[in-house]
Design a protein. Sequence first.
Length: 484
Amino acid sequence: MEDVGVRAATAARWSMATQACQVLLQLGVQVALARLLGPETYGVFAIGLIVLTFTSFVSDFGFAWGLIQRSTLTDEDTRFVFTWQLLAGVLAAGVMFVAAPAIAVVVEDPRVVGVVRWLALACVLASAATTSVNLLRRRLDFRRLGLIQISAYAVGYAGVGIPLAVAGMGVAALVSAWLTQAAVTLVAAYAACRHPLRPLFWYDGARAAGGHGAVVFMTNITNWLLNHLDRVVVARVLGASAAGVYTLGANLALMPAGLLLNALQPAFLASGARLEGDLERLRRSYLQVLSTIAVLVAPAFVLLALLAPEIVALLYGRAWDEAGRVLTWLALAMPLYVVWGMSTPVLWNSGRRRLEAGLQAPLLVVAGLAMAWIAPRGAPAVAVVAAFVFLSRAMVIGAAACLAIAVPARDLARILASSAVLCMAVAAAGRAVLEILPGGVWPLLRPASAALAGMAAYAALGRLFPALIGPEARAMAARLRRRA
């Protein structure tokens, strides 16, 4: 049987490429829209998006994710999943529509009513598409899925959002872009992976599907709260403009992290499901993943955190300066976010799927109290707490994953020590260049020079001390390079 790491790399090769293209596209579109619309309009849409993501998590009861985990699949399984996912999406959309005025009262902004009600339609569209999307994941057809996502985003935001923003449509431009993206995804995903549409409300395998869905549902709720609590607090305490600033900084941090997770996690989950019980192969693959994150990914995010204020000022202008400080803290936390995201499949594939929600639930109370207390000090202060939440989640879920598959402590210590040395070297080299170059020079020169200095320091250390990179990260990098 092929090693799970090879399966994950093979399945991820097209996904990595398409996700990278999508990140570049998102960055360009986001810069254009942020400059056209400003923090206030961006923040109103961000509030509506918080509501949409919550109802989407609730409506995604987990049935469709169960399609990935099943060893065999019948038309009855698919019909049952599609029926209940669509019903859940319609119900969630109805709740959004009715609750919109109350949500506007909570955030003290009447503009939110129309945004939330229009975005309710996106909840239905996403629920209708999720069966085809997860069937593509089950097939490990990430090339086609990635192309669908790129096309949908391009049509929605570049084709609809930007022209409407130029025409002065304000927040309606962002809402229209999101709805268009969701509609294109639905049509393209179903065309790529057709499935029976005839409703099925119950069958012999429904109880097993419902049991899996209940676990996914509780996990989704816990993860949504931990992932979005910071934005909820900022919107409630500081208002729409601060919410826009915070959302932009968070999005800039999450885009590259999401690139890694979206490319690797589904492949790791689907491939690992085929090796459930084969702990030795799962352990080797997980160590490769941890080493890759620690010695290849973490130094890049440290460099991003160092250059965050320069990058935001260069791309977005001085109206978004505070987003640079938000980006600094969240960029430092992104390697931890990726560790958490790549540790959860280990729990699921080692028969411990219930632990993810249970271990993280206590963090909700602490995080909520800390963010509410610190929010009056500004959006960057909330980002500091959010970074520590990412740290806590990575430690709790990562430790559980290591215990589940008996990862040796000496291997973890070696990987962490190498990561610390590389990250400090990159940060020191980049900071030295920023201190030397004056602030009045050509805006692109300072961040570009600092980035090159950090990369040069990393390359020099890697060549002089090959053990710092380690065999696991080298093997994973070589596999990904060959399949690129």
